[in-house]
Write a protein that binds this ligand. Structure first.
Ligand SMILES: NC(=O)c1ccc[n+]([C@@H]2O[C@H](COP(=O)([O-])OP(=O)(O)OC[C@H]3O[C@@H](n4cnc5c(N)ncnc54)[C@H](O)[C@@H]3O)[C@@H](O)[C@H]2O)c1
Length: 335
């Protein structure tokens, strides 16, 4: 018997990428939801969703027994409440990053996910960016040997999008956007055990937090790293990432059609860099939805589960704390 997924999608701005991911997968769109009627109507028209499947109140999704998977793309401060209500109703939930902005909220989501029969995934979508997926494959194959230094940056200009919930002091740029770079390094290199950070506040006077932060990370005895986050930068968006191993180096980002791989020859010297063609797809929502739907349909574990999302936020919170206190911080990954 063919297994059919019926999905619903909350938040019709970035959340429209989830509708597109679900459609690409072949899911039936059971409902879309937005508390702003204009955004709701516009998304309904765009995807041909009839008015009776357009909900203003997400509780109508919670109460709809036909809906199995729900994607949540609302302001970060609301992730906890909406995700927990959905999980308690037995819905599978794909919630946007960052999972939450406080330790208390992270723990509450984990408790709700643990108590639910349903599956939960956090949308750290960079794990599906083709260049980063390829980098992960190269590292896991041992091609560049053992990692000793990793760096990633999140450089994005928020000038026009911070006069709203993004200006909340809890929604520091390192957590809101920088979580992509931090999560990427966690995925590629493991959990940083010590962090130290500095910040500057030059470009976004309208937010109550630094708009640029540099963090030094210690993963283990012989593996260190760096994250740079700038949310006011004057350049085009990038997550430039460089991964140094004992037998090679990967240089990649999320917006270029190629990446570079250096490997060593028999003399242990680096060959000329090999250029690898990459499909540019920074928001690979189709792959993200496909992986989640596959986990549900075939009862597979979700790699990016609530604890994984919480650990990324904990590393970000530690970076912010270090830049504010001038102290080395040891993240507490005990969730
Ligand atoms: N993965 C990524 O690369 C990426 C990119 C952008 C945003 N995001 C995340 O997606 C989420 C949404 O970001 P955005 O840029 O779309 O924000 P936005 O403010 O542009 O849009 C949020 C939408 O949610 C609606 N909304 C707010 N509260 C609601 C509620 N209670 N019920 C229903 N609808 C509600 C708003 O009306 C609005 O249409 C955030 O968590 C953000 O961090 C992720």
């Amino acid at each position: 018997m063919e297994k059919k997924i019926i999905s619903a999608h909350i938040g019709m701005q970035f959340g429209m990428s989830h509708v597109e991911g679900a459609l690409a997968f072949g899911a039936e769109i059971g409902a879309i939801c937005d508390s702003n009627p204009d955004n709701l109507r516009a998304a309904g028209e765009r995807y041909g969703i009839p008015a009776e499947k357009q909900y203003i109140d997400y509780m109508d999704i919670v109460r709809n027994p036909d809906i199995q998977i729900v994607t949540v793309a609302v302001p970060d401060q609301q992730h906890k409440k909406i995700s927990c209500d959905l999980l308690r109703a037995g819905k599978h939930v794909l919630c946007e990053k960052p999972l939450a902005l406080t330790r208390e909220d992270l723990e509450e989501i984990i408790r709700a996910a643990d108590a639910s029969e349903a599956k939960f995934m956090v949308g750290q979508i960079c794990r599906f960016t083709p260049a980063f997926e390829k980098a992960k494959q190269i590292i896991d194959a041992g091609t560049i040997g053992e990692l000793y230094y990793v760096e990633s940056e999140y450089a994005h200009d928020y000038m026009k999008i911070v006069d709203n919930w993004r200006a909340d002091p809890k929604r520091h740029g390192v957590i809101g956007g920088g979580c992509h770079a931090v999560d990427l390094l966690r995925w590629l290199a493991g959990d940083p055990q010590e962090v130290f950070a500095y910040g500057t506040h030059r470009l976004l006077p309208q937010v109550p937090y630094d708009d640029a932060t540099i963090a030094v990370l210690k993963f283990g005895e012989n593996l260190v790293g760096k994250v740079f986050v700038s949310t006011g930068c004057k350049r085009d968006y990038t997550m430039r990432t460089v991964i140094y191993g004992t037998k090679g180096t990967i240089i990649c980002d999320n917006t270029s059609p190629t990446m570079t791989l250096f490997t060593v020859g028999e003399d242990e010297m680096a060959h000329e860099g090999q250029t690898i063609d990459i499909q540019v797809n920074n928001h690979n929502a189709a792959r993200e939805f496909e992986v989640f739907a596959d986990a549900i349909l075939n009862n597979k574990p979700v790699t990016m589960d609530a604890r994984e999302g919480a650990k990324t936020v904990e590393a970000c919170l530690s970076i912010v704390k270090s830049s504010e206190t001038g102290q080395i911080v040891h993240p507490n990954y005990n969730f």
